[in-house]
Design a binder for this molecule. Structure first.
Ligand SMILES: OC[C@H]1O[C@H](O[C@H]2O[C@H](CO)[C@@H](O)[C@H](O)[C@H]2O)[C@H](O)[C@@H](O)[C@@H]1O
Length: 469
């Protein structure tokens, strides 16, 4: 197994990722700039944003300094961080520090997702009074717990939302030949109804009491602990939504992201105040491109082109990295992708290092599977396409087995254990799951006529496979 894994060399994977993200953004931006806004004239983003050492490649937070300027010339300058937002509760200050360090909640996200029962200033005054009262004895964990109960609440920030254009039988299902997979696709389509959310008006009216940032239209959360709109997750969600025949919903979701860019100058990591100062891989333009190629809605592009350009400029001005030796990846001598070798792992792990962190071995993440598979597929080289298909069939199969056993879809999967969620990091693997489902819809849109749920035949033979593709 380790042997077959080493055949997926980093350079090839990075090339595919680069091809997928950078080229598609470049091409679409160039096209819309030429057609719609002659004044764009932008320089285009360097592939260095996707080097192995760069957190951009993992979707982990990317930091921005006080003035919203670049820290990317050396991404290790993280100690130069500014407070990420002004809130003395959600983003910085004593209350946040004391509550989080006391580990009152198992998940560090629980506290910062709560609503304030009183104005922030009042809560801070109460906290000072409580501390003064405790004197030298200091506050116990129970004191802190009570303080949190008295001053914060678990508000219903989101309402369930069924998209008005939802359909039980998206056309995609008719492309799926294998009946077990077809049934599964229809079940996955139903999950949109669980992940669909609209924000409660209180998030708008009492904005200073919530960490959640209000957006007007319905959207899909990733699932589990992630109860907000995420940037790069939304790209695969939007593509899945379009494949499930919900173009109006897709447009509304993109408009939500546009509204955040208009407000902050870039799309935050997610729609929470504590995510200001961080972002994720820039996929707004690709979302718009997918929406446009599906709907031909040029009016939408025209109406929003300046916002796309604004976000693009943010990346050019703040997230460019100069190419240098440190950022380059040397090929491993003697290792290369053998296109006619069987793919014997269910997914491509993010790295080969088992660091116990979730973005390392053995976790396999859906967005990265999509980038590698689609990058290979879009080379139009028949051997690369065959590898792409085989990777896709393994990935679909591990997702299917996981679903058959548990009735859920995971945010990531294990490279060594079929149908098993990935692990590591600070929280348990979450279910739902927005981008996981989106990627599955995409793979069926491409290979629905070939993919099969019979384990023995998930592998296409090179000689026969080449003909069938
Ligand atoms: O709390 C830990 C991290 O949680 C988020 O990151 C993970 O989930 C996101 C939503 O699916 C996904 O976009 C990201 O790639 C995952 O690593 C959050 O975005 C991080 O900021 C946070 O550190």
């Amino acid at each position: 197994m380790a042997d077959s894994m080493t055949k997926f060399t980093l350079p090839l994977i990075l090339d595919s990722v680069f091809y997928f993200v950078v080229t598609s953004q470049l091409v679409f931006t160039k096209i819309i700039c030429t057609l719609v806004v002659p004044l764009c004239g932008a320089k285009y983003i360097s592939n260095e944003v996707l080097t192995n050492e760069n957190p951009v490649a993992t979707g982990e937070p990317v930091r921005i300094n006080k003035k919203g300027q670049s820290l990317t010339s050396d991404l290790r300058l993280f100690e130069d961080l500014s407070p990420i937002c002004e809130s003395q509760i959600y983003c910085q200050g004593e209350v946040l520090k004391d509550v989080q360090l006391a580990r009152i909640f198992e998940d560090s996200k629980t506290f910062v997702d709560k609503k304030l029962r009183f104005p922030e200033r009042e809560i801070l005054q109460r906290y000072q009074a409580l501390k003064a009262n405790a004197g030298n004895r200091g506050l116990t964990k129970d004191d802190l717990k009570k303080f949190v109960e008295d001053n914060f609440e678990e508000a219903e920030e989101l309402e369930n939302w069924i998209p008005p254009d939802f359909t039980d039988r998206p056309a995609l299902a008719s492309l799926v030949a294998d009946w077990k997979y077809k049934k599964w696709i229809l079940l996955l389509n139903q999950i949109w109804k669980q992940l669909g959310k609209k924000m409660n008006i209180d998030v708008l009216v009492n904005a200073d009491r919530h960490s959640l940032i209000y957006v007007e239209n319905g959207f899909f959360i990733p699932g589990g602990r992630f109860l907000e709109l995420y940037y790069w997750d939304t790209y695969w969600i939007v593509r899945g939504v379009l494949l499930c025949d919900m173009p109006n919903t897709a447009r509304g979701i993109i408009e939500n992201i546009i509204s955040i860019v208009q407000r902050f100058g870039y799309m935050l990591n997610g729609s929470r105040r504590y995510y200001t100062g961080r972002t994720q891989p820039p996929l707004l333009i690709q979302m718009a491109a997918t929406y446009y190629t599906t709907t031909n809605d040029l009016g939408f592009i025209k109406n929003n082109i300046l916002t796309f350009e604004r976000e693009f400029q943010f990346w050019l001005n703040n997230r460019m990295v100069s190419p240098n030796k440190q950022n380059t990846v040397e090929p491993f001598p003697g290792q290369g992708l053998q296109c006619n070798d069987p793919v014997s792992i269910p997914g491509i792990p993010t790295s080969l290092r088992n660091s116990t962190q979730q973005w390392d071995f053995p976790s396999c993440w859906p967005p990265l599977q999509a980038m590698v598979i689609q990058g290979l597929d879009r080379t139009y080289d028949i051997n690369a396409q065959l590898v792409a298909y085989n990777l896709a069939s393994k990935w679909v199969f591990t997702n299917y087995i996981g679903y058959s056993r548990t009735g859920t879809m995971f945010e990531k999967y294990d490279a060594l254990r079929l149908g098993t969620p990935g692990g590591g990091g600070e929280y348990r693997s979450q279910t739902g799951f927005g981008w996981t489902n989106g990627v599955i819809f995409e793979l069926f849109a491409r290979w629905g006529n070939l993919l099969t749920s019979a384990e023995a035949s998930v592998q296409i033979n090179p000689s026969e496979g080449l003909k069938r593709l």
